[in-house]
Design a protein around this ligand. Structure first.
Ligand code: GCW
Length: 720
């Protein structure tokens, strides 16, 4: 008897362990733990009726069946017919697929839901309730089902639902920087999940699970390939593989896009030029695009990085970005495809602050792009730093739809080792007021089209996904993928609400866990800013691989790849003067914005060194000198991580051991790396300030030359 017990114990233990490897992301559908709620839910839903026959409805049916059976326990049947008795039934469908849905008094709500949105309503007939998930199209039904399942997962009351939800931005896209070799540029979670070699015939289960995860948060597009592009992706060999992926993703409303290398007509087309004005080149792209649509009838379009960091582009032929984008747009237009043309351009030949270069190139082109072109702009003017001011192009191109580009992969945010929740970063950028049309001209209103009435809108994020079991390497990297999707759908949702949902769905609803972990997540980004780049420092990381601190580095061939170019520390002070007396990057912004930043005394301190060369003894708002404040910030950053580590330890036993230990180990590394950042940066900047690190702080454990001598030839993710 005892033996059997042990065997059973062992089995359940191993099963449990295996089940929590993070693969299920936030789509864990385990039995609702709160017994009172569970009984209530069971009393409200014991079967579903899902109308329609499309592949998307099929996906919704599978999800509901799997989700409800898991969450409520036992098998919850999902029919595609109207059962005789409507009590305890969940109905889902569109007015077209169901006469019942069409007959409901929710026309106005459905109108608000638009093309992709949905409504979720608890309808009462006497005392019996029926849950209605209705939408105008099947994709809305699928999104609504995911939302409903999330309500149960996060233990919400479903007795009075009156939800109307519609996305504020049309194209919500993940950009993969995945090469055909499966190596991921700036990828820290393994190799690419696209198994090109075995496609199209072998379809990894991951493809469907990837699509499910994306659909569950409203992402509706994926760019499969790296912006540092390979023309082979457009060859027939690869197009059949892309088509196989597109077929899986279609079930979840996800469109496939590819990066187009500008020199493809030469690379794989045998032409002598890629000049966008050349008739043969134009014809080549047209034919290529027609071919793509034969394989993938709902192909989304191209993402293009041109004339940037060595990528070919129209400028090689004396043409401009609009000429290049328009040529591709003309080929895509008859099929409804779009071009997302990146504005991440800068050149070391131009002796101008790198901050200003993209603006200078693109602003004059406003109004010259075709209707199906969007210009994709990184959130800040330099490069995905832990904190950047908003890119000056936002608000400067009223006639060109701009796509916001975020970066989920943590190239500059501690790789997949540091716990940094990006919800606030997204919010900070989206809420920034550009003042271009007076106060209230927020970035969110620019990219959702409400300010300039764009005809298409988009938001994108560089993915942090690889083939690691838990997808993102760090278990908390999943939260950034989740937050991106949720905030791309609705940028008004708060980062803490999104984080709370994610914690509950991913780990547990236990308050003893949710409360401290939410606090950890909410403080994590500011901690990171403090221990890496406080007060507006930026781009001071290791050269090439971008791992760790290297503010001293000055050997890059291009000046604007060197940390010293960005921090400009000297015996007088530190920071980049971008006022009218300096590079005048501030001159690119609307007067309302510029005025505040131009004056050292009114410039928000978190951006101070972005815009000013500040004397070491400058008095900060706290009463500290700049040097003292810098020390204070660096030390509070590391203290913050130490606090996170303690907070995490207090959750031991509240979740599975496997994920608990993973995070525990990662936090240990994060603590060490945060201290490394702090010590290396302060010791180096001290050589200019010539002031001591105040005695109340723990002393750095090595001298500066130790940090300067560290080398990491195989740090992951470097461009290849
Ligand atoms: O952040 C930089 C990266 C490059 C990347 C580039 C870009 C894909 O270091 O690896 O290239 O930005 O966004 O194009």
């Amino acid at each position: 008897m005892k033996k059997i017990f042990y065997l059973f114990y062992f089995l359940s233990f191993t099963i449990n362990m295996r089940a929590e490897d993070g693969y299920r992301l936030w789509l864990r559908y385990d039995l609702v733990q709160n017994k009172t709620l569970l009984n209530k839910y069971r009393a409200q839903v014991n079967a579903c009726s899902l109308f329609g026959n499309s592949e998307i409805i099929e996906a919704a049916r599978n999800e509901l069946s799997m989700g409800l059976s898991g969450l409520l326990g036992g098998k919850i049947p999902v029919y595609n017919v109207t059962p005789g008795n409507a009590a305890k039934i969940l109905f889902a469908g569109t007015p077209t697929t169901s006469a019942f849905i069409a007959s409901l008094p929710y026309k106005e709500q459905l109108q608000q839901a638009g093309k992709e949105g949905y409504i979720i309503i608890t309808m009462y007939t006497g005392s019996t309730s029926t849950i209605i998930i209705a939408a105008n199209n099947d994709i809305g039904v699928l999104y609504g089902c995911f939302h409903f399942l999330r309500l149960l997962q996060t233990e919400q009351d479903i007795s009075q639902l009156k939800i109307v939800s519609a996305p504020k931005i049309q194209n919500r896209i993940l950009d993969h920087w995945d090469n055909l070799t499966r190596y991921i540029e700036r990828g820290y979670a393994g190799i690419s999940i696209w198994d090109w070699q075995r496609l199209p015939d072998y379809l990894d289960q991951r493809y469907a699970d990837y699509a499910r995860a994306n659909a569950s948060i409203g992402i509706n597009g994926t760019v499969l390939t790296n912006v540092n592009a390979n023309s082979w992706a457009l060859s027939p060999l690869y197009l059949v593989k892309v088509a196989a992926l597109a077929k899986v993703f279609r079930h979840y409303g996800i469109k496939v896009y590819l990066t187009a290398r500008f020199s493809a007509p030469i690379d794989i087309g045998g032409l002598k030029t890629a000049d966008p004005f050349d008739a043969e080149v134009k014809a080549w792209w047209k034919k290529k695009v027609d071919e793509i649509y034969q394989h993938i009838p709902d192909f989304g379009g191209f993402l293009v990085k041109a004339n940037s960091e060595g990528q070919p582009g129209p400028q090689s032929y004396g043409r401009n970005h609009a000429d290049g984008a328009n040529m591709m747009a003309d080929a895509l237009a008859p099929h409804g495809g779009i071009v997302m043309w990146r504005a991440f351009v800068y050149s070391s030949d131009i002796k101008e602050d790198r901050y200003k270069q993209a603006y200078n190139e693109f602003k004059p082109l406003d109004g010259q792009f075709r209707k199906n072109v969007m210009v994709q702009v990184k959130y800040g003017p330099i490069d995905f730093q832990p904190r950047e001011p908003i890119h000056p192009l936002f608000g400067a191109m009223p006639q060109t739809p701009l796509v916001m580009e975020f970066q989920l992969t943590q190239e500059y945010l501690g790789f997949a080792t540091h716990l940094v929740y990006m919800g606030q970063l997204f919010k900070e950028m989206l809420n920034t007021d550009t003042y271009v049309n007076g106060p209230g001209s927020t970035v969110a209103k620019i990219i959702d089209g409400s300010l300039d009435h764009y005809n298409i809108t988009g938001i994108a994020a560089v993915a942090n996904i690889g083939n690691e079991k838990n997808w993102t390497g760090h278990p908390f990297g999943q939260a950034n993928w989740y937050a991106f999707g949720r905030m791309a759908w609705d940028h008004t949702v708060s980062p803490s609400q999104v984080a709370t949902e994610w914690i509950r769905a991913t780990f547990t609803n236990d308050k003893k866990f949710v409360t401290p972990v939410l606090e950890m997540m909410m403080g994590s980004r500011e901690n990171m800013v403090n221990y890496m780049t406080p007060l507006g420092l930026h781009h001071i990381m290791g050269y090439g691989h971008h791992y760790g601190p290297a503010p001293w580095y000055d050997k890059a061939l291009r000046a604007d790849w060197n940390p010293v170019y960005f921090h400009r520390a000297d015996s007088a002070g530190i920071g980049f003067d971008r006022t009218s007396k300096g590079s005048d990057a501030l001159g690119l912004y609307a007067p309302g914005w510029r005025r505040q930043y131009e004056d050292m005394n009114t410039c928000p301190e978190e951006f101070l060194l972005w815009f000013h060369h500040v004397p070491w003894n400058h008095k900060m708002r706290s009463g500290n000198t700049l040097w003292e404040e810098l020390c204070f910030k660096y030390y509070s950053g590391t203290d913050g991580v130490l606090w996170m580590q303690k907070a995490w330890q207090s959750t031991k036993g509240l979740i599975d051991n496997e994920r608990f230990e993973q995070v525990n180990m990662l936090l240990k590394i994060q603590v060490n790396e945060a201290i490394w950042w702090r010590n290396a940066c302060l010791l180096y900047f001290q050589t200019f300030s010539r002031q001591p690190i105040p005695g109340k702080y723990e002393k750095p454990d090595h001298a500066l030359d130790y940090y300067e001598a560290l080398r990491f030839p195989y740090a992951p993710g470097n461009a290849q």
